[in-house]
Design a protein around this ligand. Structure first.
Ligand SMILES: [Fe+2]
Length: 346
């Protein structure tokens, strides 16, 4: 196999390609099995390993490659994206509409069960956009303004999510799933138990909606390397985040549609701030002591993230493995076909 970095500057990701003409899934699975220790070492160091040029054609192929890297795959999902199941442990990465920005995040950072490893697979290559940029959140931690970073570390972060009732018929572009779709049950006692098991505070609202609250540290120390990473969803959940993200996206994707979405988001964000109690937004984030996080803090975090982001176009058959305690991921808007799948470990 050939081992090279996609970017020598960032050393992210490490790209592994076939060197002897044998591109079969089976040869990759066998090679991973016999080089597992070296691969795990590389993964800890770089944070991301991309397998490119192999014949990975289906959700099952992807699951086999991922299992060769780590046999401990999970199918329990308490995150925010709508996802469809493709095989035993493989899901669609996100069913969110193509123009939605998905800001950089370490998967389920607000849960005690955040996965250690995350795998993505490109089944259908996008025609335009649709990259899954990644970012080294260890570097983000190091490069943040120490005053802002200290405040986050001192106060922690409170993540708030609001889910509508099963019978809710109102149309809201920002609304998350209904709570029965999230938990796949209408039995409130099962939901309460699941929340308790995952350190989630759940509050039933008057309109039969559900509010989930997670209070977390803003950073995480990697259990194996001891390095600290930025580890929260502040610049994903914050009310001003999507509009600011779109300003950055427009600098990269100079399309008329991108500009229209960006202007619309500016207006909607302004309206949301004026009209809605922050705790009732579909998603919201405050410091752990309930004080509000200023908009310019969020902009600063986004600036540091975009400075460190690695954006590589997908190739059909790509499989990328991320150390979720070091490296974040997101999604750029796209048009045309695109099918990316995901699986994760405990
Ligand atoms: Fe994600």
């Amino acid at each position: 196999m050939n081992l090279n970095y996609f970017s020598e500057d960032t050393k992210l990701p490490l790209v592994i390609t076939p060197s002897n003409g044998d591109v079969s899934k089976q040869s990759l699975v066998e090679w991973i099995a016999s080089n597992k220790e070296m691969l795990n070492e590389k993964l800890r160091e770089a944070g991301a390993v991309l397998f490119r040029g192999f014949q990975i054609d289906s959700a099952q192929d992807f699951e086999d490659v991922s299992k060769a890297m780590d046999n401990d795959l999970k199918d329990d999902y308490l995150g925010t994206s709508p996802r469809d199941k493709k095989s035993g442990f493989v899901f669609s990465a996100s069913e969110l509409p193509p123009h939605y920005p998905i800001m950089q995040h370490c998967e389920m950072s607000f849960l005690p069960s955040a996965p250690r490893k995350l795998f993505f697979y490109c089944h259908v290559e996008p025609i335009y956009g649709g990259e899954t940029p990644i970012c080294d959140f260890r570097k983000v931690y190091e490069e943040l303004d120490p005053t802002i970073r200290d405040e986050f570390e001192f106060k922690g972060v409170k993540h708030i999510r609001n889910y509508s009732a099963p019978d809710d018929t109102s149309k809201n572009a920002f609304q998350l799933k209904k709570w029965n779709e999230m938990f796949l049950t209408t039995d409130k006692s099962i939901i309460e138990k699941k929340c308790a098991d995952n350190d989630i505070v759940c509050e039933w609202k008057e309109n039969n909606g559900l509010r989930l609250i997670n209070k977390n540290a803003a950073t995480k120390i990697h259990p194996q390397t001891g390095r600290k990473a930025w580890f929260n969803h502040a610049q994903v959940f914050h009310v001003s985040a999507a509009a600011e993200e779109y300003h950055k996206i427009f600098k990269r994707q100079k399309r008329w549609e991108t500009l229209k979405t960006s202007v619309l988001l500016d207006v909607l964000t302004f309206y949301k701030k004026l009209t809605k109690n922050p705790n009732d937004q579909s998603m919201h984030v405050t410091f752990g002591d309930d004080s509000q996080i200023p908009d310019y803090y969020i902009e600063h975090i986004q600036d540091v993230i975009w400075r460190n982001m690695v954006i590589q176009p997908w190739k059909k058959g790509d499989v990328i493995c991320l150390d979720n305690f070091s490296i974040s991921h997101g999604r750029l808007p796209y048009y045309g076909p695109r099918e990316i799948m995901v699986c994760w470990t405990s």
